[in-house]
Design a protein around this ligand. Structure first.
Ligand SMILES: Cc1cc2nc3c(=O)[nH]c(=O)nc-3n(C[C@H](O)[C@H](O)[C@H](O)COP(=O)(O)OP(=O)(O)OC[C@H]3O[C@@H](n4cnc5c(N)ncnc54)[C@H](O)[C@@H]3O)c2cc1C
Length: 375
């Protein structure tokens, strides 16, 4: 599938940034569980923190295919960084797509510049795969809403300055989910525990606790009751992003495996000469190619204005499972060395797993795919 000259140029710039600036920080950021803020500033300098924002608010307003390419390349550098960026873009997309002119003007220009960082708060301790079961409440009082509840697994939970929040105006009515934008420094909003995770360790994941947080009614992004459909719409694009990140991570694991197989000798020859290893590489490359095609196909459909629910779920499901498989085989090809932090494949293997879980698990993607096929 051909890319335009502009798409190729952006991809090449981001690939260079990923190799030169992101990758060298990855091992330390992972072991320290600290987000590489200099890298974030670099992404902002490349205007990528505003890539889903209209030009009128200073953004790049790229097409979905370009968004997919950027996600792939940033994840080639490090998944933690790609995740932080894509969640920031979910937040800016919500404000750009559902906000009015005042709301856009108030929040977007600064977020385009990279700070404040955005967060997207949908999941709760008891409501993950089924967000309609959320219990966080937004009670209207005069010109304000009063927020109470707890959000769970919030990427950029510590770093963010702006939270796009989903809450019910009536706790007992699943149709009352509404979307708000909440400044992180609002009184009564506390950042909860930072999760100690298997992978994605440089990306901060926290809970957010809302205890009588008062926000102006003007911070409501959608009409009451329109929040869940807004979230699901935005997540279709998000899933294409996660599919693309999975492709980037898998490409990184494959490149590491190919290099190692060429250098490592056993039985008097590079292991790359052993047919079993060659077949592993062939399988990895084939699945990676198929995942990339699915991700780009979904992105192109989105750019043509077609319904992408099916394509986005197929891409997310296949690409994320591929990332896990390819990273697993990359560790295997490294033998015992791959099991140590001396080699990047160890981190890639740990990081890969989250792609099958967040923004809809593989089981949920299959549910969506089957519903589209079977009705
Ligand atoms: C590192 C990380 C970052 C995250 N970032 C964010 C974020 O920024 N914002 C946000 O809102 N959320 C975020 N999430 C939350 C994430 O989207 C949820 O964890 C995910 O949707 C799954 O929800 P759950 O963990 O509650 O699992 P559950 O919904 O409890 O699922 C448990 C298991 O049951 C399966 N299952 C559930 N229902 C069905 C069904 N109907 N059919 C078949 N199988 C089913 C699931 O596939 C899974 O295997 C993040 C999560 C993690 C771990």
């Amino acid at each position: 599938m051909n890319l335009s000259d502009e798409q190729e140029a952006i991809r090449d710039v981001v690939r260079e940034f990923a190799v030169e600036e992101i990758r060298p920080t990855a091992a330390e950021a992972d072991s320290d569980q600290t987000f590489p803020e200099d890298v974030w500033d670099g992404l902002a300098d490349l205007d990528l923190t505003g890539m889903t924002v209209p030009e009128a608010y200073g953004g790049l307003d790229v097409d979905r295919l370009t968004y997919s390419l950027v996600n792939e390349e940033v994840a080639y550098g490090m998944l933690s960084v790609a995740t932080a960026l894509s969640v920031h873009c979910l937040a800016t997309s919500c404000i750009a797509e559902f906000g009015d002119d005042d709301q856009r003007e108030r929040w977007l220009p600064e977020m385009v510049d990279g700070r404040p960082v955005g967060a997207f708060a949908l999941s709760e301790p008891q409501a993950g795969s089924n967000p309609a079961e959320m219990t966080t409440e937004a009670r209207r009082e005069g010109d304000e809403y009063v927020l109470n509840g707890k959000k769970q697994w919030i990427t950029n939970g510590q770093r963010a300055g702006v939270v796009v929040l989903f809450a019910k105006t009536d706790r007992d009515d699943p149709r009352s989910v509404t979307q708000f934008v909440v400044p992180k420094d609002a009184d009564g909003l506390e950042v909860g525990k930072k999760e100690d995770k298997l992978g994605l360790r440089a990306s901060d994941t926290t809970s957010l606790v809302f205890d009588d947080v008062r926000i102006p009614a003007a911070n409501r992004l959608t009409e009451e009751g329109k929040g869940l459909s807004a979230a699901l719409h935005i997540l279709n694009g998000g899933r294409i992003g996660i599919a693309s990140q999975s492709v980037g991570l898998a490409q990184s694991a494959l490149d590491e495996a190919v290099e190692y197989a060429g250098e490592r000798e056993q039985f008097g020859q590079p292991i790359a000469e052993i047919q079993t290893i060659r077949h592993k590489i062939a399988d990895m490359r084939t699945r990676l190619g198929a995942a990339r095609l699915l991700a780009r196909d979904a992105a192109r459909k989105d750019d043509r204005g077609e319904d992408v629910e099916l394509a986005a779920s197929m891409a997310k499901y296949f690409a994320s499972e591929t990332a896990v498989d390819v990273a697993n085989e990359a560790v295997q090809i490294h033998g015992g060395y791959g099991y140590t932090t001396d080699f990047d494949v160890e981190r890639l293997y740990r990081d890969s797993k989250i792609t099958t879980i967040y923004e809809g698990t593989s089981e949920i993607q299959k549910k969506v795919i089957a519903r589209n096929v079977l009705g």
